[in-house]
Ligand binder design. Structure first.
Ligand code: NAD
Length: 257
C-alpha cells in the first residue's frame, strides 16, 4: 500500500533544465517510477541525448527545447506536451543558474537580472502555464527546486542575487500552494545543500572554498543528485498527498549550524 503510492504509472511529468545534473536525476527517478517524462532544457542537443539515454534504459522519455525565461516558449512547450500526451500531472521546476562571487556593491545589472530571470521568473512562468491546466483537471503536483540559499546566507562566496532568487522561489511555492490547494494542485519545494554538479564544480579548484562548504556541513560531504531526486519523487507522488507549501531541506544538516 505505501510503496504503491510512489508509483507514477500513466502520469506525465515535465522537468525543466533536465539535460544534466539534478534535473536529469529527477527525470530518471520519475521515469523509473512509471511516468512518461519530458526532458526540457535550453540546450536542445543535450536534452535529446539525455532523453535517448533514459529511453535506452526502457523508460518513456522525450525531449523538448525550452528556455524558461520566455513565457511564450513555455506556452508552446505546454501545447506540444498536451498534443503528445493529452495531459500533464507533474512539473519539476529545476532550471537554474548560479553566478557566484559577486559582491553586492559592485554587482552589474546584467548579473542580477539574469539570475532572477532564470531562477524566479522562469519558475513562475512554468507554474502559471502548467498550473492552469492542472487546475482545470483538478489535480497536479509541482515541485520547485529551491535551495538552502533561500533560507541561509552562504559563505564565503557573495551571491545576494542567487540567495534572493531562491528565497523568492520558496515564497512563491507557499503562495501558489495556498491559492491552489482547494483545487487539487500541490506545490512544494526541495532546498538542497551543495550538490556535486557542474554548476559548482569550481569548488574543486578552490580548497579554501571547499573547506568552508564541506566543513560547514554536519554530514561532512557534498550531496549527490540522486539524493535530491528521491525527495522530488516523494513530493511528486501520492505518498506526499498531505503536503503542500513545504520547503523540504535536503542539506546534510547544513542549516543546523
Ligand atoms: P546544472 O548547471 O548542472 O544544470 C542546469 C541545467 O539547466 C543545464 O542543463 C542548463 O542547460 C539548464 N538551464 C540553464 N538555464 C536555463 C534556462 N534559461 N532554461 C532552461 N534550462 C536552463 O545545475 P544543477 O546543479 O543540476 O542545478 C539544478 C537546480 O538545482 C538549479 O535550480 C540550482 O539552483 C539548484 N540547486 C543546485 C545546487 C547545487 O549545489 N548544485 C544546490 C541547491 C540548488
Amino acid at each position: 500500500m505505501y510503496l504503491d503510492k510512489l508509483r507514477l504509472d500513466g502520469k506525465v511529468a515535465v522537468v525543466t533544465g533536465a539535460a544534466r545534473g539534478i534535473g536529469l536525476a529527477c527525470a530518471e527517478a520519475l521515469a523509473e517510477s512509471g511516468a512518461a517524462v519530458v526532458i526540457t532544457d535550453l540546450d536542445a542537443a543535450a536534452a535529446a541525448a539525455s532523453a535517448a539515454a533514459v529511453s535506452g534504459r526502457g523508460y518513456a522519455a522525450s525531449a523538448e527545447m525550452l528556455d524558461v525565461t520566455d513565457p511564450r516558449a513555455v506556452e508552446r512547450v505546454h501545447g506540444v506536451v498536451f498534443a503528445r500526451h493529452g495531459r500533464v500531472d507533474i512539473l519539476v521546476n529545476n532550471a537554474g543558474i548560479a553566478i557566484s562571487n559577486r559582491p553586492a556593491e559592485t554587482m552589474d545589472d546584467a548579473t542580477w537580472l539574469k539570475v532572477i530571470d532564470v531562477n524566479l521568473n522562469g519558475t513562475f512562468w512554468c507554474c502559471r502555464t502548467f498550473g492552469r491546466s492542472m487546475l482545470e483537471k483538478g489535480a497536479g503536483a509541482i515541485v520547485n527546486i529551491g535551495s538552502m540559499s533561500g533560507e541561509i546566507v552562504n559563505r564565503p562566496q557573495a551571491q545576494a542575487q542567487y540567495n534572493a532568487s531562491k528565497a523568492g522561489v520558496h515564497q512563491l511555492t507557499r503562495s501558489l500552494a495556498a491559492e491552489w490547494a482547494p483545487r487539487g494542485v500541490r506545490v512544494n519545494a526541495v532546498a538542497p545543500t551543495y550538490i556535486d554538479t557542474e554548476l559548482n564544480a569550481y569548488v574543486y579548484k578552490d580548497p579554501e572554498m571547499y573547506r568552508h562548504w564541506v566543513g560547514g556541513t554536519p554530514m561532512n560531504r557534498l550531496g549527490k543528485v540522486e539524493e535530491v531526486a528521491s525527495v522530488v519523487l516523494f513530493l511528486a507522488s501520492e505518498a506526499a498527498s498531505l503536503m503542500t507549501g513545504s520547503i523540504v531541506l535536503a542539506d546534510g544538516g547544513y542549516t543546523c549550524w
